[in-house]
Design a protein. Structure first.
Length: 452
């Protein structure tokens, strides 16, 4: 009589250890890169108009600062294409080392740029150059970090695994706000505007060193190693995405747009609106956004775990519907003039976002074939930045000036939320249909999975 072999407990323990290490590596690295990229949005409205555009009016200076912010988003799809290609060709781990180095150079570089008073218009050009480097690095970061977590563990837990690098974005935002608050509180306004704002940028060098150390200790993902062993590494992943899954790319981009519009209004535009229109204190806004980011970071693993149970797309839809309603609540609360109500609205603002973003990593990651998954998911994530995240503060500022009514901005958020809801609905139906787009691709034959 045949006897089943005993379970390989050692192998299971090793798999769990590798999964934890991969999740840690993706989360730590993504936290640092988010800190670097989002730090600009916090300081832009507070300092950059005076430092780099002093000859312009305050309104024009804010628009120019946000225009440079947008340049980072323009560079992100290029970074997604470059590093997505590398990630699908040579591996997730190696590529993530390069993205972190590039982001570090851009962030530290911003902190070292001389002011307009020192070198004139050249300071603005250098700011654009450093922001481009940030955009290139960040463009290749998310897809790799997301896959590093997703492809190293069980498919049954994709929502939970990818929620940790998703939460990293909020942890990075929290650290960025805390660092700016700390410098602002410890210095005089003149000292902060002169040199204090530079410290969080230059200090990023220490965080980058820590992130590189963590990532060098991470193993390549199990799924990519199987692609290599089976000889199924795609030679031209970018072409494969457009040849095999163009509709999926469009739908995933729209899914991402829907949460990028509100998040960059809630974490960046709010500083210009709060200080310039509502007369709120900058430190008050910084602490409120930091609290919102920390709450969202804590909530995202719970969202990811729940999405594994009810469905990633359904979790996203719940978040999008909540965002549509909350957009008007947010601006109504801010306009009351009560700091307590305003703080409550700001802190609560990132909960509907977390419901969308926490499930989004699994949605975008699983939608593309493994052989071009890094490129496809990265492109969707970063093309959305050009449509959604990059122009959002600029459009919000324009809407406020043209209409004089913050509810016009709320309507802008509602439109984005409805687009995302519709896109994820179509994406879900296509994936469930017989002969769906992903099923039809020849390089997506089943890969045996090792559960942790």
């Amino acid at each position: 009589m045949a006897v089943d072999p005993p379970p390989d407990r050692h192998g299971a323990a090793v798999a769990r250890s590798n999964t934890r290490r991969a999740v840690l590596g993706s989360t730590v690295g993504s936290t640092i890169e988010a800190y670097d990229f989002l730090l600009y949005g916090i300081v832009a409205a507070l300092v950059f108009p005076a430092v780099f555009f002093p000859e312009q009016s305050p309104y024009t200076g804010v628009l120019l600062a946000f225009s440079v912010w947008f340049i980072g988003f323009l560079a992100r799809p290029l970074g997604a294409a470059i590093f997505g290609h590398l990630g699908d060709r040579v591996g997730r781990k190696k590529t993530l080392v390069f993205t972190m180095l590039l982001m570090g150079v851009g962030t530290v570089g911003i902190g070292l740029i001389p002011s307009y008073e020192s070198i004139g218009p050249a300071s603005a050009f250098l700011l654009v150059g450093m922001r481009l480097l940030q955009g290139l690095g960040f463009g290749g970061e998310w897809g790799g970090a997301n896959l590093l977590a997703m492809e190293s563990g069980s498919r049954r837990h994709r929502g939970l695994l990818t929620s940790f690098p998703q939460a990293a974005a909020m942890l990075g935002l929290f650290l960025a706000n805390v660092s700016v608050f700390g410098m602002n509180r410890s210095l005089t306004p003149e000292a902060f505007a002169s040199w204090g704002w530079r410290v969080p940028f230059v200090g990023s060098a220490v965080l980058i060193a820590v992130g590189l150390w963590v990532r060098f200790r991470v193993l390549e993902t199990a799924e990519f190693r199987r692609l290599q062993e089976d000889g199924r590494v795609e030679r031209a992943p970018l072409l494969a995405v457009f040849r095999h899954q163009p509709v999926t790319l469009l739908l995933c981009t729209l899914v991402k747009v829907a949460e990028m519009v509100p998040i960059y209004i809630f974490i960046s535009f709010v500083f210009a609106y709060g200080t310039g229109t509502l007369g709120l204190d900058a430190e008050f806004l910084t602490l409120s956004v930091a609290a919102a980011a920390l709450l969202a970071a804590v909530a995202m693993p719970a969202v990811g775990h729940l999405s594994d149970r009810i469905g990633h797309e359904r979790m996203y839809q719940i978040g999008a519907a909540t965002m549509v309603v909350f957009a008007f609540v947010y601006f109504a609360g801010l306009s009351t003039g009560s700091p307590l109500v305003a703080a409550a609205c700001i802190v609560a603002s990132l909960i509907p976002y977390a419901m969308m973003f926490g499930a989004e990593g699994a949605i975008l990651g699983k939608s593309f074939a493994p052989a071009w998954r890094y490129t496809g998911s990265s492109l969707a994530f970063n093309l959305a930045g050009i449509i959604g995240g990059g122009p959002a503060p600029f459009i919000a500022t324009w809407l406020l000036v043209q209409t004089g009514n913050a509810y016009a901005i709320a309507a802008y958020i509602v439109v984005a939320g409805l687009v995302g809801f519709a896109a994820v609905t179509v994406l879900r139906r296509r994936a469930a249909a017989p002969g769906g787009e992903l099923r039809a691709t020849p390089t997506t034959r089943p890969i045996q999975e090792v559960s942790p």
